[in-house]
Design a protein around this ligand. Structure first.
Ligand code: IMP
Ligand code: MG
Length: 175
């Protein structure tokens, strides 16, 4: 199989993450929040982002799986959520690798608000606006990408390519 063709380099990503961190710091302005990382794809982005943040936060994890081994969502996302006591009366920043259909974020947001989160914002490395099922804009995002399947920097195809230090386009023959 051919290697994924680079769309965004490691240097571009690093510089943009530093800018996102400043935006997040400005938004919370000293008020602590829950940084809720959506496993598994967001771990690489989140670990870089959190080391650039100056605002205080508490780290929590959620898990969502909607893709299986294919490149299209297989029904509604299957969520594993944190302990509800951790989010009640807290501001929550959901951190994910990509905002695609928006289904994962909307499902998490509903759950968080049901469990008394004070506010819910979304922060994504990538935004793929062409695939949204309902109109929605990310609160914070790094780069807009076209409607192609991307891998690397945490994003996988059937668990491959998460370790690529850049974002690339999955070769057609792999889809
Ligand atoms: P959404 O619920 O459709 O917004 O997207 C949820 C998840 O789908 C993301 O967190 C990714 O794990 C995965 N995903 C969406 N688009 C891509 C892609 O182009 N490459 C790899 N994973 C993707
Ligand atoms: Mg994911």
């Amino acid at each position: 199989m051919n290697a994924p063709a680079p769309l965004l380099t490691a240097r571009q990503i690093e510089a943009r993450i530093a800018q996102i961190a400043r935006e997040v710091d400005r938004h919370y302005d000293g008020e602590t929040f829950i940084l809720l990382v959506v496993l598994k794809g967001a771990v690489v982005f989140a670990s870089d982002l959190m080391r650039q943040l100056r605002n205080p936060f508490e780290l929590e994890f959620a898990r969502s799986r909607s893709y299986g081994d294919s490149t299209g969502p297989e029904g509604s996302p299957n969520l594993v959520v944190p302990d509800p006591e951790k989010v009640a009366d807290k501001h929550v920043l959901v951190v994910d690798d990509i905002l695609d259909t928006g289904n994962t974020f909307l499902a998490l947001k509903d759950w968080l608000l049901e469990h008394e989160a004070l506010s819910v914002r979304g922060c994504f490395l990538l935004d793929k606006p062409t695939r949204r099922t309902a109109p929605m804009k990310p609160d914070f995002f790094g780069f807009e990408v076209p409607d192609v399947f991307v891998v690397g920097f945490g994003l996988d195809h059937a668990e491959h390519f998460r370790n690529l230090p850049f974002i690339g386009r999955l070769p057609e023959e792999a889809v």
